[in-house]
Design a protein. Structure first.
Lengths: 193, 340
């Protein structure tokens, strides 16, 4: 029995050491977001070739973002990429939530349920404010503006919405050079559940 | 004595002057939004040239009118206010010189800005605490966790926090006007507060319409400065057209309140703003008429100097103005607290 246990341990240890030598699987490069801007899709029956028109200012922004080695938006970058500042912010937030909690708990003019609601509200407001700042451009979802694109194209009308410009590694483009991905939600036809 | 038409601070019914007042407020808000959205850069240049200096003069006069002859129980409050005002203004004005003199990394610069913003919040919290001691019935303890939370957010994104001050400051004028109307024209208060709901609605409409607008051409120094001041560098994902328009809209409301609304609404005497005896600390037997006169005359000279500077070199004068103008941003805090 002892021999069996020792043998099992040896097999397990070997397995661990063997696995430790296996190189970490290579994760594919993710597309890099470098710019958020507006896009208008305009159907034109007179044209024979599709055109991609970029405003001079957007082109300059695009070039500046690429020159700056952008990998994330500057808003997020200035928030997240500093450990000491994050520590200071965390300590202050801890103190804020603690003091708020003590004040709510010591308050005699409100009931227990109201105290709980107040505490939840304080936390929610703080988290919400942080989320809004982190997102930077929080607002209605981008797909909302594109929801009528098929109908607009059928009627020959233009549609305007937001667009993120991403730089994608060549091997993920399947031989294509540019791709426009529209966030269209599947809409049920009348009578369909 | 309480106004006869007011019950618990709220008027029972609107007076005949309420409707014209509301109409003027609504029209002003809509007109400001239309101009700010239509030609943001051009209107920004003209608005700043015409109204920046005069609005500071009117603010100075308004603060002098609210200054007591003797500080009395408020001595510590005013000493803290003026000491903080002086130190924070001097350090803020020194920041551009530091930036040019020292080769700091971007992260080091974030620390400097975050420290200044923290000092500002600590000063504001101290003023609130001192003021709350004079108002035993008021419970302002909740401002402590709020100040700490704001400090925390400031350290996460100091440049975003500084930009938030740029956008929030114009709205403080609307708070001043609220307190002023409450004291002088309480029958208008309900209508005014209802009209205020228009501001977030107009802002939402502007953001909705302009969020995808083509960024403004910032190919010359002046246009670049205007877009930068509105936060185009801090928020590159957002259309600079929207940023400049929203900021300009708020600034126009700010100037309108200080130059038009506050001097005109209220007692008849306050309308004659050029008369020294309308300022209590100049009129009082133990007051300081010469000091007040000297301050107001000096302020007029500065306003004329500002116009001259804008005419000669608009871009540089704009930079200098917005650096020194932090003093009036800070000065609003203690006087607003005194009115609460």
């Amino acid at each position: 029995m002892k021999l069996l246990l020792i043998a099992s341990c040896l097999v397990l240890l070997t397995a661990f050491s063997t696995n430790a030598d296996v190189p970490k699987p290579k994760t594919p490069d993710k597309p890099k977001l470098i710019l958020h801007t507006g896009l208008e899709i305009v159907p034109d029956a007179k044209l024979y070739e599709a055109k991609l028109q970029i405003s001079q200012s957007d082109f300059n922004n695009l070039r500046a973002a690429l020159d700056g080695g952008a990998g994330s938006s500057p808003v997020v970058g200035s928030i997240a990429f500093s450990a000491p500042r994050t520590i200071v912010a965390g300590l202050l937030m801890f103190m804020a939530v603690s003091v708020a909690g003590v004040l709510i708990a010591r308050s005699s003019s409100v009931g227990r349920a109201q105290k709980t609601v107040g505490a939840v509200l304080v936390v929610a407001v703080l988290l919400g404010a942080a989320a809004i700042i982190t997102r930077g451009n929080a607002g209605p979802p981008g797909s909302w503006r594109w929801r009528n694109l098929p109908q607009a194209l059928a009627e020959g009308k233009s549609t305007v919405g937001g667009v993120d410009v991403e730089i994608v590694p060549d091997d993920q483009m399947n031989g294509r050079t540019m791709r426009l991905i529209i966030p269209l939600k599947k809409q049920n036809s009348p009578g369909e559940e | 004595m309480q106004n006869a038409t007011v019950i618990d601070g709220w008027p029972r019914r609107a007076t005949p002057t309420t409707i014209p007042f509301s109409a003027i407020v609504v029209l002003s808000v809509i007109a400001a939004a239309a101009f700010a959205s239509w030609l943001p850069l051009q209107v920004s240049i003209v608005t700043l040239f015409l109204f920046a200096g005069p609005h500071n003069w009117f603010e100075l006069r308004y603060f002098l009118m609210r200054l007591p002859v003797r500080f009395g129980r408020s001595r510590n409050f005013f000493l803290t206010a003026f000491a903080g005002l002086g130190v924070l203004t001097l350090t803020y004005v020194a920041l551009p010189f530091l930036y040019n003199a020292a080769l700091w990394s971007e992260e080091a610069w974030y620390w400097v800005v975050a420290s200044w913003n923290t000092a500002l919040l600590v000063w504001l919290a101290s003023l609130v605490w001192l003021r709350s001691r004079q108002k035993p019935r008021a419970n302002w303890k909740w401002t402590i966790p709020v100040a700490l939370a704001l400090c925390s957010l400031n350290w996460l994104g100091p440049d975003l926090f500084s930009l938030a001050i740029v956008y929030v400051h114009p709205l403080i004028a609307l708070w001043f006007l609220d307190r002023h109307i409450r004291r002088t024209r309480p029958e208008w208060l309900r209508a005014y507060r209802r009209c205020l709901w228009l501001v977030p609605l107009v802002l939402a409409a502007m953001i909705w319409q302009l969020s995808l607008a083509t960024p403004l051409a910032d190919n010359n120094g002046l246009f670049w400065r205007i877009t930068q001041h509105s936060g185009a560098e801090v928020l590159p994902q957002i259309s600079s057209h929207m940023l400049v328009s929203v900021h300009l809209f708020l600034e126009m409301l700010h100037y309108g309140v200080w130059i038009v609304a506050l001097p005109l609404i209220g007692r008849i005497g306050s309308v004659r703003f050029w008369e020294l005896r309308t300022v209590p600390i100049a009129r009082h037997p133990k007051g300081f008429p010469r000091v007040v006169a000297a301050m107001l005359v000096f302020a007029v000279v500065v306003v004329i100097g500002l116009w001259f500077g804008f005419s000669v070199d608009y871009a540089t004068t704009r930079d200098v103005y917005f650096t020194i103008a932090i003093a009036h941003v800070l000065a609003e805090a203690p006087f607003l607290l005194r009115m609460l």
